[in-house]
Design a protein around this ligand. Structure first.
Ligand code: SF4
Ligand code: SF4
Length: 457
């Protein structure tokens, strides 16, 4: 860009036409960021919704154009605008593709916040949002209760009977998806918080771990595997009391205020601990926590602590790769497909680290064509936009069927549950596992066999 053009851009950024008339002044999409889009179109083919729908307003360039039109007062913030913003998976694949480095994730999150606090909502919608975002996800006790109920549903055999009878097919598709995503073995209890697990062998440091909502309840055994992996590597692991859901789902759904409240509680809970890193094994959560500094940027009381907090956040795979694995007693064998979680790859630039860890324990990593394309999980997208999510999942499952790996590996609970559901529906018995489960297996000193629990997750 020449100097005249960049001066123009700076001037426009300072004086956006009509003072962003279509948006409120409460955290609108950043106009300067909108102007960075040069309309080159290089992101289009990387955008899953554009690939499925083939329609410019459902592409990154189209969505940015719509945001600009609202900001300049040429378009009203209306239900059509809302539809195009909500069809986006917020996967950030467009960010990776963009030569102008437009931070699309932040733009779409701000647009959704504007929609959420500006457009009218039905009372049913308001109630559902309050229940999901204000109660179930925000209060660990409710989440534990729900998880306990799901454990009973499975442990008493009701799930088996209902699945066999075909009765579940009568449920609305959103409920069918939710039921289909349940892990095969839900633990009776979630992860215990407010404890510290000592390091094994020579101590290398002290880290904190996020329990998380799905990870800390339905997938709690993966959290225990994470703790074993870290302590064997010489790290004391503290799981701070007072922590809550990271708020990633809230941010994606435009629930900015509720996300800020959760972020403040986590900053307080984690910053009490003297740790060198705050570790997360769910990519959607780690990216949200790395952005707390920005989420709480306007809050004078919390901004500084939030920035210090975010600077410590690492995905578990990123951390282990950086500190280097101590030699492990077992070497695994087999061919695994590694599916990049969007929020790890596109959101945090963590591509090579999980692959290096898998290779380090003896596994052969196979790449899927377009392996970094979203699997359709995207928070609760597979529930709210089942058709598009299923189209993406079907493509992924077909590719896995062709490659026929021994296991599918990923690093995010949403991706694990989505892929496992797709494989189960297609009658493919390939297990889906988290990277840390394999690292845990390699840490057990006995004869190495790569025979995971069938149908895990
Ligand atoms: S975030 Fe994903 S779905 Fe949304 S515009 Fe970008 S590439 Fe497309
Ligand atoms: S690649 Fe970037 S600059 Fe090009 S159209 Fe997409 S968002 Fe705009």
């Amino acid at each position: 860009m020449n100097s005249t053009a960049s001066a123009m851009e700076r001037t426009l950024a300072r004086h956006p036409p009509a003072a962003l008339r279509g948006f409120t002044s409460d955290h609108p999409p950043d106009y300067a960021e909108i102007l960075r889009c040069t309309h080159c179109g290089l992101c289009l083919n990387q955008c899953p919704t554009f690939r499925v729908l083939g329609w410019e307003p459902d592409s990154p360039r189209g969505r940015i154009y719509l945001m600009r039109a609202v900001a300049e007062g040429r378009l009203e913030l209306n239900p059509d605008f809302r539809e195009h913003m909500e069809v986006c998976l917020a996967c950030r694949a467009c960010q990776t593709a963009c030569p102008a480095t437009v931070q699309f994730g932040r733009l779409v999150e701000a647009a959704r916040w504007q929609i959420q606090h500006t457009l009218p909502m039905t009372s049913g919608e308001r109630l559902l949002r309050a229940m999901v975002f204000g109660l179930i996800l925000a209060r660990p006790a409710f989440l534990s209760l729900l998880s306990r109920g799901l454990w009973l549903y499975q442990a008493t055999g009701i799930q088996r009977i209902l699945r066999k009878s075909g009765w579940l097919n009568r449920l609305p598709s959103a409920l069918q998806t939710m039921e289909g995503m349940l892990p095969d073995r839900i633990p009776a209890r979630g992860m215990a918080v407010g404890r510290a697990v000592p390091a094994m062998g020579e101590r290398r440091g002290r880290v904190a771990l996020l329990a998380g909502c799905v990870m800390g309840t339905l997938l709690a055994p993966i959290q225990e595997a994470t703790i074993r992996v870290l302590t064997r590597q010489g790290f004391e692991v503290v799981i701070p009391r007072g922590q809550v859901c990271c708020g990633a789902l809230h941010v994606h759904a435009g629930e900015r205020r509720r996300a800020q409240a959760l972020a403040r509680r986590n900053v307080t809970a984690f910053m009490r601990e003297d740790v060198e890193a705050i570790l997360v094994n769910a990519a959607g959560c780690s990216v949200a926590m790395k952005e707390y500094g920005e989420l709480l940027g306007d809050d004078r009381q919390s901004a500084e602590a939030a920035q210090a907090f975010s600077a410590k956040v690492r995905d578990v795979t990123e951390f282990l790769d950086a500190v280097g694995l101590r030699p492990l007693p077992r070497r695994l064998s087999g061919r695994v497909v590694y599916q990049d979680p969007c929020h790890l790859a596109h959101g945090q630039g963590v591509w090579a680290q999980p692959r290096r860890l898998l290779r380090a324990i003896g596994l052969t990593v196979i790449e899927l064509p377009d392996g970094d394309l979203c699997c359709g999980s995207a928070g609760i997208y597979n529930i709210t936009h089942a058709k598009i999510a299923n189209a993406l999942l079907e493509e992924k499952v077909n590719q896995i069927r062709r490659i026929a790996p021994d296991q599918v590996v990923t690093a995010n609970p949403g991706c694990m549950l989505q892929l496992a559901m797709g494989l189960r529906r297609a009658g493919i018995p390939t297990p889906v596992r988290h990277v840390v489960e394999l690292l845990d297996e390699a840490g057990i000193p006995q004869e190495a066999t790569l025979k995971p629990t069938p149908g895990r997750a």
